[in-house]
Structure formats: structure tokens, C-alpha cells
Write a protein that binds this ligand. Structure first.
Ligand code: NAD
Length: 462
């Protein structure tokens, strides 16, 4: 039995889930797939739209459950459910066009290209945005005719299980790394979609590789936010930059994790940033109105983050309520760190952000790129063209301009990392195409009755 406590009030149990047999779930998904994949695509889309309506009807109650199990402010949890449903509807709107078959029948012959589902897709997801990160896999996979087995994180298994239960063709497995490994290594599994950390990502890639099962891996980031020398930020812009680092207590893959600021403007930047944090950052219980930052997910996470923060850290924001009741870590800005400090080189995944000063843009770009990770980044400038030119030099899968983190996302924009932040994409048309394989039927015109023919050893005509 997995027991989940409220990270803001550790003594409060939010819910319990029973561990599940991974093999039995895969077999059920495989059996269900025969009927689901044979349905007309429009029938599948209709069923998914009905699921969206069913989850929508319960969104208020599910947002409270999500807030209590993750420690994320209630408004964020409402937003997460709404965005997950928006993504599901986007998939319903676009899948028929993107995944439709193509028939070419002309003087070169007849060529039919179909987008076929893989079969059983295993989805393994983390706790920081459990509903969205599940939906990014389930919606396109189901629309394409796959069935799914999802294994959520044991740290946030409750709300996502309710959402998954409303979708057709989904089995939920509860458990930790061993359950995940059993799923990835199962011979009936045809694709694995994983979001999570580097260590689990390597083990999943190895287990999938041993089975020759293809993967989508959405791993960690150490995202730089690069303020160009001409940056021009209003108070609201500064608040957005603060939340780019501290939303979900910094526990977001694409959070702004390193701030690069021109040395000549360091004093002005620091004063405006601290003032903005004072206005926008209120730390407290996620269900308290006005709170914008809750606790971190666990005692281990709190300990790991505190160990990264030196004594020179500047405290940020305000707080309310009893922070001793949960896994709270105060938000800080950390100036004067060398580039090899652990808070700079590692993904902190918590509410502490280093302020790094630079002298030239070339130097800033080189230091921003000096990482094995390349998930997202941002460029802040008064000149959009200049920002786009610098964005092109950053090694990242997604570069935001004049914003960073969730405010810069778009349902139509493919998201995913370069370098060791993973491979494959979620969102947009690329996100749909991850869950189909192209299959072809081809009758070359040369061999039709009365056709010109071709020597048995020849290459086809171009
Ligand atoms: P995690 O890697 O510890 O766990 C993620 C999931 O994998 C959980 O369900 C866990 O039970 C399972 N798991 C762990 N070890 C496994 C193994 N060996 N085999 C199979 N399954 C295993 O990650 P987390 O702590 O839950 O999440 C934090 C990490 O996720 C951060 O590094 C963050 O950057 C990353 N993340 C990435 C994205 C993205 O889109 N790229 C989004 C959110 C989070």
C-alpha cells in the first residue's frame, strides 16, 4: 500500500493506493487494444471528447486533491487541470488531420502511407505536474489507437489516477522503480514514454534498449535565463521572471535555474528582482488564498536542496502560516557563486536560484551552453530580433523570449530537450507523431499489366 501525506501538513494522510501487478496490467491493455485500434478514428476522438467533459465536471474537486498531494498552490492545480484538458481537446481537433492516411495514385504507381499505432504504450511520469505530464502521453497515444499503461510517481498518485480512470484504454499501475522496470521490460510493450530524472532515464533507456523498445525521454534541465545588456523589464516582467524560477517551489523541469545578468546592471537588477519577489512570492499552505509557493515534495528533497544553498543566499518573498508543519524550503537568490558551484552545475529542482554576472554576450552564451543538459532557456531583450538571434546560439530544445517556464508554453509548439535532456517531443504535431509508425503499401506502375516493367536487378526510376 502506498500512503501519501500532505507535504504542507505532514501528519495529514491525503490518500492510499494499492500496488498493482505490472504484467497483468500490460496484458489487459494489450487485450483492450484489439478493439480500440480497430475503431474508426472519429469514434476514438468522440470517446476522448466525452472523457474531457467528464474530467472537466470534476475539475474543482480534483484540483484540491492535486494541491493536497503535491503541495502546489490551488490556483496552479486548477491551471494544470485546465491545461491538460486543453491539450486533450487540441489532440482531438488535430489528430484526424495529422494522423490521417495518405494515398498517392499516379503515373509512378499507387502508394498508401498509413499511421499505425504501436500497441501497448507504457507511460512513466513524475510528481511535479502529474496530470499534464500524463496527458501529454495518454492523449496522443490513445487518439492514434494505442492503449496505455501509466505508472505515476508514488509521491503524487491520486489525482492523475482519477483522470486516467476517465479515459478509455488506460490501465494504472502503482509502484516505484521496480514496477517501472517490470513495465519497460515487458515483451508486450511496444513503446515507452518517460518523464523524470537523469538516473531513472538511463535505467529506463537501458531496459528498453535490451528489448529494442523505442522511447520518448523527457529528462531534466538546468535552464539559463539570459538577460541581454538592453533588457527592459517592467515590475510585472520581473514578477514573471521570479515565478519562472519559483513556481512549484522551483520543482519544474523548465524552470529558470541560472540567471545571467550584465555586470553593469547588477545593482539595478537585484533591487528590482527582490522587490518583485516581495510582491509576488507568498510561501504557505497551498490551500490558503494568495499563496504562490508551497512546500517541496518530500523530506529528502528539502534536505538535498538546503545542502546546495550557501550562507550568502538572499531571502526572498513573504510567508504565512505554520511553515514548520511541512517540507518548506525558503526561496532564495544566490549571488557571487563561481561557475563550478553545485547550485550552478546541478539541476537544483528547488527554490534557490544563482545570480551570475557576465561582461560580454559571447561569454554569457558560452557559459549558458556549458552544461550537458539542454531542455529550455530564455532570452530577455528590448529587441525581439536580437533576442531571436541570441536564442539561435543557445543549446536548448525550447527558447522563450521575454518570459520563461509555463507562461511561455504553447499547445502547438513541440517541447523536448537536446543533449542529455532527452529525445522525442511532446505537444504539437511532433507530439502526435511520437505514437504512430508509418506503414506503406506500394504498387509500382512499372509492374501493372501493360506497364514498362523493369529489369530484376535494376533500381527504380527516380
Ligand atoms: P524520477 O526520475 O525519480 O521518477 C520519475 C518516475 O520514474 C516515477 O514514476 C518513478 O517511480 C519512476 N522511476 C524511478 N526510477 C525508475 C526506474 N529505474 N525504472 C523505471 N521507473 C523508475 O523523477 P522525479 O523525482 O519524479 O521528477 C523529477 C525529475 O523529472 C527532474 O529531473 C525533472 O527535471 C524531470 N522532469 C522533466 C520534465 C520534462 O518534460 N523534460 C518534466 C517534469 C519533470
Amino acid at each position: 500500500m502506498i500512503v501519501r501525506e500532505n507535504p504542507a501538513r505532514i501528519r495529514e494522510v491525503v490518500g492510499r493506493v494499492a500496488e498493482t501487478d505490472p504484467g497483468a496490467a500490460v496484458r489487459r491493455a494489450e487485450a483492450a487494444g484489439r478493439e480500440w485500434s480497430a475503431r474508426a478514428p472519429a469514434d476514438r476522438i468522440d470517446a476522448l471528447r466525452r472523457s474531457a467533459a467528464a474530467v472537466q465536471a470534476r475539475a474543482g474537486e480534483l484540483a484540491v486533491l492535486l494541491a493536497r498531494e503535491t503541495g502546489k498552490p490551488l490556483a496552479d492545480c486548477r491551471g494544470e487541470l485546465a491545461f491538460a484538458l486543453a491539450h486533450l481537446r487540441w489532440v482531438c481537433d488535430h489528430a484526424p488531420r495529422v494522423l490521417g492516411e495518405r494515398l498517392l495514385d499516379d503515373e509512378a504507381g499507387r502508394l498508401l502511407i498509413r499511421r499505425k499505432p504501436y500497441g501497448v504504450v507504457v507511460c512513466i511520469t513524475p510528481w511535479n505536474a502529474p496530470v499534464i505530464l500524463a496527458m501529454l502521453k495518454l492523449a496522443p497515444a490513445l487518439a492514434a489507437g494505442n492503449t496505455c499503461v501509466i505508472k505515476p510517481s508514488p509521491l503524487a498518485p491520486l489525482a492523475v489516477s482519477e483522470v486516467a480512470a476517465a479515459l478509455p484504454g488506460v490501465e494504472v499501475v502503482h509502484g516505484g522503480a521496480a514496477a517501472g522496470q517490470a513495465l519497460v521490460g515487458h515483451p508486450l510493450v511496444r513503446k515507452v514514454a518517460f518523464t523524470g530524472g537523469d538516473a531513472a532515464g538511463r535505467q529506463i533507456a537501458a531496459a528498453a534498449g535490451a528489448m529494442l523498445t523505442p522511447t520518448v525521454l523527457e529528462l531534466g534541465g538546468n535552464d539559463p535565463a539570459l538577460l541581454l545588456p538592453d533588457f527592459s523589464l517592467t515590475g510585472q516582467d520581473y514578477e514573471r521572471l521570479v515565478m519562472a524560477s519559483f513556481a512549484t517551489s522551483g520543482q519544474v523541469c523548465m524552470a529558470a535555474k541560472r540567471l545571467y545578468v550584465p555586470r553593469a546592471r547588477a545593482g539595478e537588477f537585484t533591487a528590482a528582482y527582490v522587490a518583485a519577489a516581495e510582491r509576488i512570492l507568498l510561501v504557505g499552505d497551498p490551500l490558503t488564498p494568495g499563496v504562490t509557493m508551497g512546500p517541496v515534495i518530500s523530506a529528502q528533497a528539502a534536505e538535498r536542496i538546503r545542502a546546495l544553498v550557501p550562507g550568502t543566499a538572499m531571502p526572498l518573498g513573504r510567508s504565512t502560516g505554520d511553515l514548520g508543519a511541512g517540507y518548506f524550503v525558503p526561496p532564495v537568490l544566490v549571488p557571487d557563486l563561481p561557475d563550478d558551484a553545485p547550485l550552478v552545475t546541478q539541476e537544483q529542482f528547488g527554490p534557490a536560484v544563482p545570480l551570475l554576472l557576465y561582461d560580454t554576450v559571447d561569454e554569457a552564451v558560452a557559459r549558458a551552453n556549458h552544461s550537458e543538459l539542454g531542455l529550455a532557456a530564455s532570452v530577455w531583450s528590448a529587441d525581439e530580433d536580437r533576442a531571436f538571434a541570441v536564442a539561435d546560439r543557445l543549446e536548448a530544445g525550447f527558447v522563450f523570449v521575454n518570459t520563461h517556464n509555463r507562461t511561455g508554453m504553447s499547445l502547438r509548439a513541440p517541447f523536448g530537450g537536446v543533449k542529455r535532456s532527452g529525445h522525442g517531443r511532446e505537444y504539437g504535431e511532433e507530439g502526435l507523431l511520437e505514437y504512430v509508425q508509418s506503414t506503406v503499401v506500394h504498387a509500382p506502375a512499372a509492374f501493372r499489366p501493360g506497364g514498362p516493367g523493369l529489369a530484376a536487378t535494376a533500381y527504380p526510376l527516380p
